[in-house]
Design a protein around this ligand. Structure first.
Ligand code: MLT
Ligand code: MN
Ligand code: ZN
Length: 305
């Protein structure tokens, strides 16, 4: 299986267009050693020809144009995208569905809860029915969790993992969590049995998460914030990371501490917010991540599993 990072940043990307924090300024003017990152999305493939896009960011047009393997197709119009899966209804994971309208109809996989959010609260699926009928929506079962496949990519199996995180700020579920608001995915290559565990928004490492991490060949997980009060410290928000559905990277109960409990998987942080000091490759925080044997995803990163 091939895993391709389309966007390693969190919502807003890096640098964020209206942000003048030390990191965004430094990335903009080149005074720090940091790669720019577009917003949160990956693609997976069993043969390198047909790809499943997981999370459709507002940067998807730029992301596809930057990766010829996704743009490739025979005929006058088309792409190498077999289908799209979204793990929640967050703006940074779904706005790209609007950008894909020229390619409709297309298969989309999401939970019923997310489908409800995308038809009633942020009704882009209704709007898109005016483009060749819109997305063909397939339900991802979460009660109980049900594996699914995407047509055109026969060797990959997708298993939803129920996550404790947060529904989008616009949703009635923001403070009333429902199963299916947020899922992670175990993506297994059925030829080898090896899998990627992908979870860009993860607030609580419960037994589901631990089990998924323990057996994975690679984990690609929430690296949004270095510390829980990072947005408050920067003066950008009153919310802790955990209020927003993100477990911080540092701390005795943070992501690095959690990852240190598992020897087997390759470990990669993704969905990195523009306030996170690990973006600066010369920072002491980045060194700590390196010392823990953990990689920081970047746009264009490729992993073979
Ligand atoms: C998140 O991951 O918490 C959201 O995508 C934030 C946002 O709305 O940009
Ligand atoms: Mn996000
Ligand atoms: Zn910033």
């Amino acid at each position: 299986m091939k895993v391709l990072v389309l966007g390693a940043g969190a919502g807003g990307g890096f640098p964020q267009w209206n942000c003048h924090c030390r990191l965004c300024q430094g990335a903009r003017n080149g005074s720090i050693n940091a790669l720019h990152r577009t917003q949160s999305s990956i693609a997976v493939s069993d043969d390198g020809n047909k790809w499943v896009v997981i999370n459709a960011s507002p940067d998807i047009r730029q992301q596809i144009n930057a990766r010829p393997q996704l743009a490739n197709a025979e005929g006058a119009r088309g792409s190498a995208i077999a289908g799209v899966v979204v793990t929640d209804a967050q703006i940074d994971h779904t706005t790209g569905l609007l950008i894909l309208r020229e390619g409709l109809p297309m298969d989309l996989y999401c939970t019923d809860v997310v489908r409800h959010q995308l038809t009633h609260e942020f009704p882009l699926l209704n709007i898109l029915t005016h483009w060749e009928g819109g997305f063909r929506v397939h339900s991802i079962g979460v009660e109980p969790e049900k594996a699914f496949q995407v047509e055109g990519v026969p060797n990959l199996r997708f298993d939803p993992v129920i996550l404790v995180s947060k529904a989008p700020p616009y949703s009635a579920h923001r403070h009333d969590p429902h199963t299916g608001d947020n899922i992670g995915l175990k993506i297994t290559d059925s030829r080898t049995g090896e899998y990627l565990f992908y979870a860009p928004g993860l607030a609580e490492p419960d037994d589901n998460v631990r089990a998924a991490m323990a057996g994975a060949a690679c984990v690609m997980v929430d690296g949004t914030l270095w510390q829980d009060d990072e947005m408050i410290q920067n003066g950008f928000s009153d919310s802790l990371g955990t209020d927003m559905g993100h477990l911080s990277v540092s701390g005795s109960k943070g992501m690095l501490a959690l990852l240190s409990q598992f020897d087997r998987p390759r470990k990669v942080l993704i969905h990195i917010n523009n306030t996170n000091p690990i973006l600066d490759e010369d920072s002491k925080e980045r060194q700590k991540v390196k010392d823990a044997g953990v990689d920081v995803a970047f746009d264009g990163m490729e992993i073979d599993i």
